[in-house]
Design a protein around this ligand. Structure first.
Ligand SMILES: C[S@@+](CC[C@H](N)C(=O)[O-])C[C@H]1O[C@@H](n2cnc3c(N)ncnc32)[C@H](O)[C@@H]1O
Length: 281
């Protein structure tokens, strides 16, 4: 009997929270489930398939309040899954987006039938998103992650340690690849590409760090800085995969295809141009 009451309480709390969250979130029910799972220390599949007969934790309502105020779910739960890994994230670092997985898919496709990449560079690594996912895929590879943000670096270092990849990772604070002399088989880069003044989804501008989002009047400043660096960084036979924003494909191709590099566009699952892929002609 008590068990049934507890299950009913969880189900009522989920419905109430989803109603509150629908004012600020397009994914209110999903958000409520993720927060409840986190509050109960279980995963969402377990919550849906076999909910525990426990009281609704108080912290669930605190989390709902934070989410209603616009805070990203990943900052509240402290985690975000990306490709095949789970990353710890929080204020001061970009929340990894599934859109960026197109860079990983493009890299896998490029190296099919070729030697696996040995040296990987991630420019603007944030919490280590692309570098750690790639190192998980290619266990013989080692990598360098660079970011201008000290806070991002500390998340990346902690994520590398937690995933047991740290012996294969070097992290450094820097301005893109300024001063890096080596060349790499795979270069991954998801730079800031939002035009200042652009409209963003709820909570993004308020919570996520400016240096991870904005890149000048047209959102192209980071590509301008990267363009002269990429040719000396990319090994023969290698791939540089650079994420782009909506409407930027032609401009970024023009900027990055230089000094013997050719550029192609890769689309995401929604068929939108999402990355520029650079290889040697
Ligand atoms: C869009 S975020 C991407 C983070 C991560 N790669 C991901 O996909 O989740 C861009 C990252 O570039 C970093 N960044 C901005 N300007 C930079 C610069 N001049 N040099 C190095 N990193 C920079 C930001 O701090 C931020 O972590």
């Amino acid at each position: 009997m008590e068990e049934i009451e507890a299950l009913k309480a969880i189900s009522r709390a989920l419905a109430d929270a989803a109603r509150d969250l629908s004012e600020t979130s397009d994914t209110a029910r999903l958000d409520a489930e993720l927060l409840m799972a986190e509050a109960l220390h279980i995963d969402r599949d377990r919550l849906i398939l076999s909910p525990p007969d426990r009281a609704v934790p108080k912290r669930f309502w605190n989390m709902v309040k934070r989410r209603t105020a616009g805070e990203p779910i990943a900052y509240i739960t402290g985690r975000r899954a990306f490709w095949n890994i789970d990353l710890h994230v929080g204020p001061g670092v970009l929340v990894p987006r599934p859109d960026s997985e197109v860079l990983i898919v493009s890299a896998i496709e490029h190296f099919q039938g070729r030697d696996a990449p040995k040296r990987i560079l991630d420019l603007g690594t944030g919490p280590g998103t692309l570098l750690l996912a790639a190192l998980d895929i290619w266990p013989e590879a080692t990598g360098l992650g660079i970011d201008v943000s000290r806070r991002a670096m500390s998340y990346a270092a902690a994520n590398a340690r937690r995933l047991g990849i740290d012996p294969r990772v070097k992290l450094q604070i820097g301005d893109w690849a300024e001063g890096v002399q080596e060349s790499f088989d795979l270069i991954l880069c998801n730079p800031p590409y939002i035009a200042e003044g652009a409209e963003l989804g709820p909570g993004v501008r308020e919570y996520e760090p400016d240096e991870a989002l904005f890149a000048g009047q047209y959102g192209l400043d980071a590509y301008r800085a990267l363009a002269p660096q990429l040719p000396r960084l990319l090994s023969k036979g290698g791939l540089a995969a650079v994420e782009i924003g909506a409407g930027q494909a032609e401009a970024v191709k023009d900027l990055l295809a230089r000094d013997g590099l050719k550029a192609e566009v890769a689309k995401d699952l929604g068929d939108r141009p999402r990355a520029v892929l650079l290889t040697w002609i």
